[in-house]
Write a protein that binds this ligand. Structure first.
Ligand SMILES: *Cc1c(COP(=O)(O)O)cnc(C)c1O
Length: 462
């Protein structure tokens, strides 16, 4: 049976586990439980195959920023598919949507960005970053500058280069990663690394100093670039101190090293500015984007190429031997244009910066008073609650308890998608969320925290 309607949940689950290998999934474990089948969505709400309504506080996978059911994006795709569903950009050709999107991206990104290289996803965008920064130094006659420095617990995608740039130990343990000449420093996570009595500002400067120490250990003449997410997403919404990124910028400048901002999550309004580097106060040479550029309605990614790199590649580089079949896919670009139009017309960046961002911060501050919560942090429309055994000392639960997964189970059962990363419960709701919907979300979160606390008491985990 191949139809997409009128099958029972059980029937879907059986077919799913028989044929579909899911990403980042223990296949056998999922087959035992059965997947949750999502069948439709509107605004910030999903519906599953049993008819449950679920508040999607994760925007799909950090991407559905304009919310579900935006007719303009659907119409843009349909119109473009009828007119020209595909043409490539390889052989001295281009399509109007790709050109118009490149022009629009130059308008909404910081002023140093006048050029874009398109990919099909964030991972591919970061593969392009690796190829491009090494090519840049080759063209400049410094081919020894090969090393790219990233951070532990970073997420930069799942291709060979993306997973290597990322700092996830579980990913590195499978398949011989990282690839050569990619190395990692510690993340600026205060819970792990801040010293007693140290101010956040001082910690931020010290954490940035780890980059300089690494550069000096390797030799600056061998370092090509540093890459980081302005706020680490998949790592657990790790928000660096305000001093961190400006100091990273100074260190990169001092050693002539390219600075790359992975904006796949932070881009397109998530942090309350168009791009996370604007919120965090730094000026990258390259920016990777994906997810929010189309609000996930269709795959698209790419790299914004700043003047410093673009000038060298254009004026001295000759042919850049790199590209994807779907670089500048006309349908994806048409959808991105419609998506950016909504962000602009509805002033969603201002909505996050002036209205729902601060409102979420207030709601999270109240959740921070809950006995299970050791810290509540937000940046724009990203938020994290640190679950602790002891509020005063921030003593963590025994890892065997799996406190985050316990809480996440209650969220699923109560109609809320919230993600657990270790002991951090995280959210990144659609940018169109309203104050009333934040109240609804916060009430659901509180209920799930209470249920988790009841488990803790019942099982004697305290
Ligand atoms: C999701 C993500 C990626 C990878 O994007 P894909 O489209 O899944 O390949 C890269 N970087 C960051 C910061 C991400 O969150």
């Amino acid at each position: 049976m191949t139809g997409t309607t009128q099958r029972t949940t059980q029937d879907w689950q059986a077919a799913d586990s028989a044929h579909f290998l899911h990403p980042f999934t223990d296949f056998q474990g999922l087959a035992r439980k059965g997947a949750r089948i999502i069948t439709e969505a509107d605004n910030i709400y999903l519906r599953d195959s049993d008819g449950h309504r679920i508040l999607d506080a994760m925007s799909g996978l950090w991407c559905v920023n304009v919310g579900y059911g935006q007719r303009a994006l659907v119409d843009a795709a349909a119109t473009q598919m009828q007119q020209l569903p595909f043409y490539n950009a390889f052989f001295q050709t281009a399509t109007p949507p790709a050109i118009a999107l490149a022009e629009k991206l130059a308008e909404v990104t910081p002023p140093q960005f006048q050029h874009v290289f398109f990919s099909g996803s964030g991972s591919e965008g970061n593969d392009t970053v690796v190829r491009m920064v090494r090519r840049y130094w080759d063209v400049l006659g410094q081919p020894a500058r090969q090393v790219i420095i990233s951070r532990h617990n970073a997420y930069h995608g799942s291709t060979m280069a993306g997973a290597s740039l990322g700092g996830m130990s579980g990913m590195h343990a499978q398949g011989g990663l990282p690839i050569p000449n990619i190395t990692h420093i510690d993340q600026p996570y205060w819970v792990e690394h801040k010293l007693p009595g140290e101010t956040m500002d001082a910690f931020g400067i010290r954490a940035a100093g780890w980059l300089e120490a690494k550069i000096l250990a390797i030799g600056a003449d061998k370092v090509a670039a540093f890459i980081g997410e302005p706020v680490q997403g998949a790592g657990g919404v790790i928000i660096p101190p305000a001093t961190y990124w400006p100091e990273i910028q100074r260190i990169c400048d001092r050693h002539g090293i390219l600075l790359v901002s992975d904006e796949v999550i932070c881009g397109f309004g998530r942090t309350g500015h168009w791009f996370g580097c604007e919120t965090m106060g730094f000026r990258p040479d390259l920016m990777t984007f994906a997810k929010g550029v189309t609000s996930g309605y269709i795959p698209l990614g790419g790299v914004m190429v700043g003047d410093r790199v673009a000038k060298v590649l254009i004026e001295q580089g000759g042919e850049f031997e790199h590209g994807y079949t779907y670089s500048g896919h006309p349908v994806a670009c048409a959808v991105a244009l419609a998506n950016i139009k909504i962000i602009q017309d509805q002033n969603l960046v201002g909505h996050v910066h002036d209205d729902v961002g601060p409102y979420l911060a207030e709601a999270f501050a109240l959740l921070g008073e809950h006995p299970l919560v050791g810290a509540a942090e937000t940046c724009g429309l990203m938020g994290a609650l640190l679950l602790v055994q002891d509020k005063a000392t921030l003593k963590p639960f025994d890892a065997a308890v799996g406190i985050g997964m316990v809480c996440r189970g209650h969220c699923f059962a109560n109609g809320l998608i919230m993600r657990a990363v270790g002991n951090r419960m995280i959210i990144a709701p659609p940018l169109v969320i309203t104050r009333a919907q934040i109240d609804e979300m916060a009430a659901l979160i509180r209920r799930c925290l209470d249920l988790t606390l009841a488990d803790v008491r019942r099982h004697g985990w305290l």
